[in-house]
Structure formats: structure tokens, C-alpha cells
Write a protein that binds this ligand. Structure first.
Ligand code: ZN
Length: 241
């Protein structure tokens, strides 16, 4: 299976995990047209759409998506977007979307938000964490990790000192998004022995340094690391042969 990134920032988030027979979409923050294009217009293979939380950059197009896909998300997303066809999911309650087994985990954001542990026979175990200033679980036997790496302390502090961003913006970011060292600490709690891909998500436009982040994580864990950006496509099959 392949992971395709449609967007991974405050401008819009969307990820497609797919092969020729089946697909799972994570987030509805990019247009339905772009999602259809990523699926080569084979929309019937989509088992469902997972949405982590209600913010625009993750759920803006959820009403469009519900016309063609089954959506699985937090009640807060369903209520705030007035979705009529979505299925409410609960933290720590496993469920199935096609051949994907999904386990929602409480994240720590400024609105209710879920991280996801996703299993599929073809990809193994994938951890997805975004828009969470911390993550307090340890997962064993992971094959892929998609994790937020939003900002770097030194960069955001420099930006405040130089009036590039308002101190109140920093205060909000600190309590809602994941800093590089928190990403590293969170990764160090996970069993990465079988992890093929670490994909860093949702980098801030002003407060990040993609090369520094990528190199710091590579140096620490010695695993392949990619920065999620529109157009990135990587194989996440556990047995590509
Ligand atoms: Zn958010």
C-alpha cells in the first residue's frame, strides 16, 4: 500500500492510504476534488474517512466528503460541521473500516482530538498523531509512525522577540501543537524496532525548520524520516514483495 500526502499544514491536511483495491482517507482538510484525484477517481474503493478534530484545516471539507464517503470521527466534529451521515467514534474503542482496524486515542489539543493506531494486514501497525502538544502512550510493534513536529522552541521564541508572531499566538501553539523535542521524547517511548518510516506532520510555516527537524530525528533514531508535504507518496507495505 502507499501513503499519499495531500496536505500537512494549517493550509489543509489530508492523507490517503491505498492500493488498487482499498483506501483509507485521514482528515478532510483538502478539497474533495483533490482527494478524488489522489484516488485516480476510484472512489468506490474508499472504506472510510477518519477525521481527528474539528479545526478547519482538518475538517473543512467534511460535508463534501460525507456525500461520497463514510466518515468516522469525534462527536465534536459531527456537531460543529452538522454532519448527518458520520459515525461517532470513542477513545479506546476499537472499530473496523474495511480491513483497517482503528483504535482512537485521546490527543491533547485545544478542542477534542484523537490520535489513531491503525492496523491493516498489508501495512502492519501505524501510529498517527497530529495536533497534540503531547502524547502519553507507548505502542509496541509499530511499522510506521506519522507524528506532528510543529515547531522548534528556539525559532518560535526568536519570532516572538522579533515581532514576527504575537506572544499570544506562541501561548496557543505551546498548548496545542507538538514541539521538536516532544516529538523526539514521544518517539523514544515507542517501539521503533520494526519501524520503516517516520513521517513528520504539520510543520508550522513560521516556526519550523524542516531540515533541522528531519536531521535531528534521523540522528536520534537512525530510521528513514520524511517530511509530509503535498505530493509525497511512499510505500508503507510491510512486505513489498
Ligand atoms: Zn487543530
Amino acid at each position: 500500500m502507499k501513503l499519499k500526502v495531500l496536505g500537512s499544514s494549517s493550509r489543509g491536511n489530508g492523507y490517503v492510504i491505498q492500493d488498487e483495491n482499498e483506501a483509507l482517507i485521514i482528515e478532510a482538510g483538502v478539497s474533495l476534488a483533490k482527494a478524488k484525484q489522489a484516488l485516480d477517481f476510484n472512489i468506490s474503493k474508499v472504506a472510510g474517512v477518519l477525521i481527528s478534530h474539528s479545526h478547519c484545516d482538518h475538517a473543512k471539507y467534511s460535508r463534501d466528503y460525507q456525500r461520497v464517503f463514510d466518515i468516522f470521527t469525534h462527536s465534536h466534529v459531527i456537531e460543529s460541521n452538522e454532519l448527518v451521515r458520520a459515525t461517532e467514534i470513542l477513545a479506546d474503542k476499537k472499530f473496523r473500516i474495511g480491513n483497517f482496524n482503528v483504535y482512537p486515542i485521546q490527543a491533547h489539543h485545544d478542542v477534542p482530538c484523537y490520535a489513531f493506531h491503525i492496523s491493516h494486514p498489508k501495512i502492519g501497525n501505524l501510529l498517527f498523531v497530529t495536533d497534540s502538544f503531547m502524547f502519553d502512550y507507548s505502542m509496541s510493534n509499530l511499522n510506521h509512525v506519522m507524528i506532528e513536529c510543529n515547531y522548534v522552541d528556539d525559532i518560535i521564541n526568536f519570532n516572538v522577540e522579533n515581532n514576527i508572531i504575537h506572544p499570544k499566538v506562541r501561548d496557543r501553539v505551546l498548548m496545542s501543537h507538538m514541539e521538536l523535542q516532544t516529538t523526539i521524547r514521544t518517539l523514544s517511548y515507542q517501539d521503533l524496532s520494526k519501524v520503516d518510516n517516520i513521517i513528520l506532520l504539520h510543520l508550522s510555516g513560521d516556526n519550523s525548520d524542516p531540515e533541522l527537524m528531519k536531521n535531528t530525528v534521523i540522528k536520534k533514531f537512525g530510521r528513514p524520516v520524511a517530511i509530509a508535504k503535498p505530493g509525497l507518496s511512499i510505500s508503507i507495505s510491510i512486505n513489498p514483495f
